[in-house]
Design a binder for this molecule. Sequence first.
Ligand SMILES: Cc1ncc(COP(=O)(O)O)c(C=O)c1O
Length: 423
Amino acid sequence: MAQFENIKNLLEQSVKLRKTIPTSNTPLHKINKEGLSETQINDLFERIISESTQHSLRMMGHMDTQPFDEAVVADAIVSKLNNNVLFYELSPIATRIEMYMIDYFCQKLSMSDGFGIFCSGGSIANITGLFAAAGGFQNQQTRSDIEMFVSEAAHISIKKAATLIGIDNVTVIHALASGKIDIEQLEQAVKNSDVKTKIIIGTVGTTIQGAYDDIPSMIKIAEHYGCWVHVDAIYGGATIFSETHKHCMDGVQYADSVSLGHQKWMGVPRVSGICILKDKKQMDQRLAMDVPYSVGDQMNLGTWGIQGSRRADAITLWITLCAKGEKFIENWVDTAIEKTHTFYKMLSEDENFEPVHQPEMNLQLFRPKKQVDMLTAHKQLTDKGQEWVSLSTWKQEPVYRAVILHPDTQIENLSNVLDLLKQ
Ligand SMILES: Cc1ncc(COP(=O)(O)O)c(C=O)c1O
C-alpha cells in the first residue's frame, strides 16, 4: 500500500494545467529482471503524467474529458477489489448495483419492460445491440436475409458491427448538413427492401456534429415496414437528465435496443457503456447463454451479452451519480449546450471563421472563411499546447471540430482557440 500513499500528489499533478497534447518521445524504461524502488516508480508515474494528453478545460477536440474525482476514487477501488460481474459470487454488491443501474436507466428511458447489461465501451454496446437485432445467439437465418440502414453520420462502430456479424447488406443513408439522417431517403430505402430482417440505426449525438436523428419518424417507418430500431445514444444519452434537452431522446422509448455511454458525458473513466433491450424476453431469447462454470440460485450477469469477465463499472457510475446528483448532470448538459450556442453566434460574427452547422448539442464544426492550409494551421495549434480543437472531415471537406464538454470550459477558451488558429 505504501506505493499508493503518493497518489493524491500524483492526481493533483495530473490536473495542473500543462501542455494539452505533449510530444512523447523519451525512451521507455525497459522491463528488467528486478523491479523498481518506490521512488523510481514515482518517477515513471510523473513521466506518464507529463507525456499524456490533458483533458483540461482547454481540451475541446473530442468527446473525452476529465472524470470527476468521486469516479476516479471509485474506479481505483473497483480495480483493487477486482470483482467480476460474470458471477454473483465474484461480485455480490456489484451485481446488485449493475441491476439497479440498468433498472434506473430503463425507468429514465421509459422502457419499463427493458433489461440490459454494462459493456466495455460504446462500440461493444452497439455491437451487442446489433447482434441482438440480427437474432443474437438464437439466429437461425442466413445473414443475406438481413439489411442494415445507417446514416453516413453514424459512428464507425456500426460498420464494425455489420462486418463482425456478417451483414454485407448495409445501405448508407444521406445525412443533412445538420448531421441528421435524411428521413425521406431512409423511408424510400426501407420501402424498396425485400429482406426479412431490416435494422434501422439512429443516433442521438452524432460523433461529428452532435446531431440527434428524428427517432419518432424512424419508429413510424419501423412500425410500418417491420424493422428493428437500434439507437446509438452513446454520446447524447446524457440529455435524458435535462428538462430542456431531453427532447433529443424523444422516441427512444419505442426503440428495440439502445446504447448509452456514460464515459463521455456522465463523468466516469473509460471504458464503459450500456446496452438495453426494450423487451427483457428478447434479451433472454437473443442475448442469453448458460455459463456452466458456476451453478447456484443467484442471478449471474455473465448469462447475457457477448463479453465474458467484466469490470464492476456499474459501481463507478453509481457512486458518481449518487455523489453528484442528477441536477448536477442536468446543469452540465444545459450549460455545455448553452456555451456551444454562444460559440456558434461568435463564429457567425467572426471575420476569419464561419460555423458549418447550427449546433444541436455541444459540438460545433467550423472552418476558415479564406482558403488556408488547415492541416498546417492545426499542427501549429497542437504545438502551441493550449486550447485545442480537432481537425475532422465532413463530406470529404476538412473542418475544425469543437466539443465543449469540460464543465469548466469558458467562452474565453473558445475565443482563444480562434485566436490561436488565426494565421
Ligand atoms: C456516437 C458514438 N457511438 C459510439 C461510439 C463508440 O464508443 P467507444 O469509443 O467507447 O467504443 C462513439 C465514440 O466516440 C460515438 O461517438
